[in-house]
Design a binder for this molecule. Structure first.
Ligand code: ATP
Ligand code: MG
Length: 415
C-alpha cells in the first residue's frame, strides 16, 4: 500500500491530498517518509523537564516571559530570571521551557551551570550537552572550550532555538557556552536564571524578570500540599501552619523543606519545631542561601553584608551609608552589590530591607564564629549579650563593637 493510500484509509481524503502534494514536492516517497520520521523523532526526543507536582503561582509569574517568547519580532533575544536563592527561578524556567520548546527548531536546558562549571572539564561537558541537544542526540567530541565554541557556532547556524542556562553566576560561563550572541539566528531566545542581576546588565540588552515571593495565600497552599497532601491545613493544624508560613516569608524553598519535614508529625513536634526555629534557623535552607554570601565579590562586601544583617535592617539607607563609611566600609558600592545579588533591597521610605531568612543566614554565620562565647564573635546584636560582654570585659574585638554600641544606644533611647 502506498503512503497516500494509507493516509486516505486512516485519515480521510484531505490528508491523502495533502500527502500527495507533499510527495510531489519531495519527488520521492522514501525521502518524504525520512523527513516525517526525523520530525517525529525530534518531537519524541524532546524530553519534558520534571517539575514539582504542586506548582503554585507559576503561570502568573511566567506570563510576561511567555509573551516575550512568542514575540518573534522582538529584537531582544536574551532574558534573565533573577531573584534570591530558592525563590523559584529554575522552576519558572522549566515551566516556560516545557510549554514553549516545541515551537522552536531546537532547544536545550543546561541545568546547574554554577555547580557544573566548577568541576573539572565542567564547561566542556556543558558545551557537549548543548551540542547534543541542538544536533538531536548526535554526540560531538570536544577537547577544549575554544573548539566547543566553534562547534556550537556551526550547530546553531540557521536554527531557531530556545536555550536555557540555569544558575549562571559568572560571565565566563556565558562566554564559553554562548560565545558571541550574534551566532543565534533571528527568533532564537536565550533565558538565563541567576541570583546576580548585574551579571547581564553589563553584558548587553537583556530583559530582566524578577521573581516575586509567594503571597500568604499561595504560601499556605504550597505548605498544605506538602504537609498534608491537600490545599488547606486541617483545622487543628491551621494556626501552626500559618506560623510556619510566616517564618518562611514567601520563599518556596523554605516552605517545601519545612512542610515536608513536618508531614505526618504530631502537633507537639510542630510546636517544638517552631520554638527551635526561633533560635536555630533550618540548616538545609541556610546552606542554600549561604551560596550567595560565599559568592560575594570580596571580604569588604562580605563584612558589609554581615554588618547590615546584624545591625542595619530597617534603618535608613543614607544614615547607614554615613555610619558605615566612617568605619571604612565602601558602603555605597557595597550596598549596590548586595542589591544586585538579591540579598538586600531598599523600600519606598529609603529603608534597608532583607528577607528574614537571608538575615538569619548572616546572623548564623556570625554566631558560628563562637557559638557559646559571644565575646569572641565579630558582632553582637543582642542587647543582653552586649551588656554581658561589656560588663565582663570578655570582648576580643573593639572596633566592630562600635556598631553594637550604636545598636545598644538606639535600644536605650527608643525603648
Ligand atoms: N511556585 C512554586 N510552586 C511550588 N514549588 C515551588 C515554586 N517555586 C519554587 N518551588 C520549589 O522550591 C524549591 C526551590 O525552587 P528553585 O530551585 O526553582 O529556586 P531557585 O530560585 O532556582 O533557587 P537557586 O537560586 O538556589 O537556584 C524547589 O524545590 C521548587 O520545586
Ligand atoms: Mg535555580
Amino acid at each position: 500500500m502506498s503512503i497516500c493510500n494509507f493516509y486516505s484509509k486512516s485519515l480521510g481524503a484531505y490528508s491523502a491530498d495533502l500527502c500527495s502534494t507533499l510527495i510531489t514536492f519531495y519527488r520521492d516517497e522514501s525521502k518524504f517518509i525520512q523527513q516525517v520520521v526525523i520530525a517525529v523523532q525530534d518531537k519524541i526526543n524532546r524530553t519534558i523537564l520534571s517539575v514539582s507536582p504542586y506548582l503554585i503561582g507559576t503561570h502568573t509569574r511566567a506570563e510576561d516571559i511567555n509573551t516575550w517568547l512568542q514575540d518573534e519580532s522582538s529584537d531582544v533575544s536574551m532574558a534573565a530570571i533573577c531573584g534570591m536563592g530558592g525563590i523559584g527561578k529554575t522552576t519558572i524556567a522549566k515551566v516556560v521551557y516545557n510549554l514553549k520548546f516545541s515551537s522552536f527548531e531546537g532547544g536545550s536546558f543546561l541545568a546547574n551551570i554554577r555547580e557544573i562549571s566548577g568541576q573539572p572539564r565542567g564547561l566542556i561537558r556543558l558545551q557537549k550537552k548543548l551540542l547534543s541537544d541542538i544536533l538531536r542526540g548526535r554526540k560531538e567530541k570536544v577537547y577544549s572550550i575554544d573548539e566547543g565554541i566553534v562547534k556550537i557556532k556551526a550547530a546553531l547556524y540557521c536554527k531557531r532555538v530556545l536555550v536555557v542556562l540555569d544558575d549562571v553566576d559568572k560571565m565566563e560561563q556565558l562566554d564559553a557556552i554562548l560565545g558571541v550572541r550574534d551566532w543565534f539566528s533571528k527568533g532564537s531566545k536565550i533565558i538565563i536564571t541567576t541570583r546576580h542581576e548585574r551579571l547581564l546588565r553589563t553584558h548587553e540588552t537583556c530583559r530582566i524578570y524578577r521573581v516575586e515571593k509567594l503571597d500568604d495565600a499561595e504560601s499556605l497552599e504550597l505548605f498544605s500540599w506538602h504537609a498534608f497532601g491537600q490545599d488547606r491545613p486541617p483545622d487543628d493544624y491551621e494556626v501552626d501552619s500559618r506560623r510556619m508560613v510566616h517564618y518562611c516569608d514567601g520563599l518556596p524553598l523554605a516552605i517545601k523543606v519545612l512542610s515536608s519535614s513536618l508531614s505526618g508529625k504530631s502537633l507537639d513536634v510542630w510546636k517544638s519545631h517552631l520554638e527551635k526555629l526561633k533560635a536555630v534557623p533550618n540548616s538545609e535552607v541556610l546552606e542554600k542561601l549561604k551560596i550567595s554570601y560565599e559568592n560575594l565579590q570580596d571580604e569588604h562586601d562580605k563584612n558589609l553584608f554581615l554588618h547590615i544583617a546584624c545591625f542595619f535592617v530597617g534603618k535608613d539607607k543614607d544614615w547607614t551609608v554615613q555610619v558605615l563609611n566612617e568605619c571604612d566600609f565602601y558602603a555605597t558600592i557595597g550596598i549596590h552589590n548586595l542589591i544586585d545579588r538579591c540579598m538586600l533591597s531598599i523600600d519606598f521610605r529609603n529603608k534597608l530591607r532583607m528577607h528574614q531568612l537571608i538575615q538569619d543566614m548572616g546572623r548564623e554565620i556570625v554566631l558560628q564564629e563562637s557559638p557559646y562565647e559571644p565575646g569572641k564573635r565579630s558582632r553582637i546584636w543582642n542587647h543582653e549579650e552586649s551588656f554581658d560582654v561589656l560588663a565582663e570585659k570578655t570582648v576580643s574585638t573593639s572596633i566592630l563593637l562600635v556598631c553594637a554600641f550604636l545598636f545598644l544606644l538606639e535600644g536605650i533611647l527608643f525603648n
